[in-house]
Design a protein around this ligand. Structure first.
Ligand code: PLP
Length: 381
């Protein structure tokens, strides 16, 4: 029996030597490599270098986005429930209220038709989550934001290298938050990047990312040194380190290659599982104007399948295949039950959905093993 993990990071010898180079350089905290990573992210995505802030997690990037808006307790932020908890947690962190909106079952992103009924004078922002590397309806979202004078934040944790209208994600909303967690499309171990389009917001976020100090540590410690600094706000310690940045710089060189590997595997799954459409529904690779980073391969176990989603996961585990569920809806977690959100589509999808193993280093023969196991547990030839 094979053992197929859900996802493993792709770490090459080049990645390792970049990190070792930094470890031996005499500078391992936030310094020149973080600046270099920010510059390289900017030129990769085609965005202004001043708008890019490297952070110690995707969650920190989301928190800085919400913080730099200066939200207060009466403010509301529209957010899907079908996401990782940190998307909503950061709204709670600033004392504002998350207002959950249901998803569209075709792309598992915010249902844009259901947003405006939740907008009122307290609404300050929408956070869209680009589920699995697919992209929410950004043109419609931008129109809604413009009409109501509110801000668009993209939780693009899954969407590094995804494209919309021919441009990389990073070029569309007011704030874009990427995660470089171990299983994401490129990784720095832990880490993330915030892109803040408005350069005043970017300046504020950069300050809050580093204790609220008006200059970075590199200025302070680089020879011959400069001991002065001013604290302009009660900020956070959210900076990336040079060790993480070194890994990121190396990974970024392969970002397109790793995306192509994911896309190839995604297409193989589509082809091999096409005959099982009576029992499972398959994700769409690319919607009209969207190129998918293929972060996840989510499938839904249909009602007429011989087993349900939970049994499917258990049976696959017994065959050595690790699956995952994205996501337990946020509004169903104990802390968030207080809002009493009613989201029928989110709950219906949650009961049927699971994610198959997918990462750039997944071997094709391992993918075929997963396919064989699926046929076995669904009792089809
Ligand atoms: C991974 C993830 C995050 C959080 O990113 P971290 O880097 O782990 O903090 C936020 N939102 C979504 C949708 C994610 O998948």
């Amino acid at each position: 029996m094979k053992k197929i993990p859900f996802a493993v990071p792709e770490i090459t010898d080049d990645d390792i030597s970049e990190v070792v180079k930094t470890l031996k350089s005499g500078w391992i905290s936030k310094g020149p490599r973080v600046l270099e990573f920010e510059e390289k992210i900017a030129s990769f995505l085609g965005v202004d270098e001043k708008s890019v802030i490297a952070c110690n997690s995707g969650t920190a990037a989301l928190h800085l986005a919400v913080l730099s808006l200066g939200l207060s307790e009466d403010d509301e932020v529209i957010v899907p429930s079908f996401t990782f908890c940190s998307t909503a947690n950061v709204i709670e962190h600033v004392g504002a209220k998350p207002v959950f909106v249901d998803i569209d079952e075709n792309d598992y992103c915010l249902d844009v038709k259901k947003i405006e009924e939740k907008i009122n004078e307290k609404t300050k922002a929408i956070i869209v989550v680009h589920f699995g590397g697919n992209v929410g309806n950004l043109n419609a979202l931008k129109d809604i934001c413009k009409k109501h004078n509110i801000v668009l934040i993209e939780d693009a944790a899954h969407a590094f290298t995804s494209k919309y209208d021919g441009k990389y994600i990073g070029n569309h909303g007011d704030f874009i938050c990427f995660s470089f967690y171990a299983t994401k499309n490129i990784t720095t171990g832990e880490g993330g990047v915030l892109i803040a389009k408005d350069l005043d917001h970017a300046k504020k976020a950069r300050e809050l990312c580093w204790h609220g100090i008006d200059k970075n540590s590199w200025d302070r410690y680089v020879y011959p040194g400069n001991w002065g600094y001013s604290v302009l706000d009660h900020g956070y310690k959210y900076n990336m380190t040079d060790i993480q940045a070194a890994l990121g710089i190396s990974q970024l060189k392969r970002a397109e290659k790793m995306k192509e590997a994911r896309r190839k595997l995604f297409k193989m799954y589509l082809k091999e599982l096409g005959s099982l459409k009576d029992y499972i529904s398959l994700p769409v690779l690319d919607h009209d104007n969207i190129e998918n980073s293929c972060h996840l391969f989510p499938i839904r176990i249909k009602k007429n399948a011989p087993i349900d989603r939970d049994e499917f996961i258990e049976d696959m585990k017994e065959l050595g295949v690790c699956l995952s569920v994205h996501y337990i809806p946020v509004h169903m977690h104990p802390y968030y039950k207080k809002y009493g959100a009613v989201l029928p589509k989110t709950e219906e999808v949650f009961n049927e959905i699971l994610s198959l193993p997918l990462c750039s280093s997944l071997a094709e023969e391992d993918l075929m093993y997963v396919v064989d196991c699926i046929k076995k547990v669904l009792k089809v030839k």
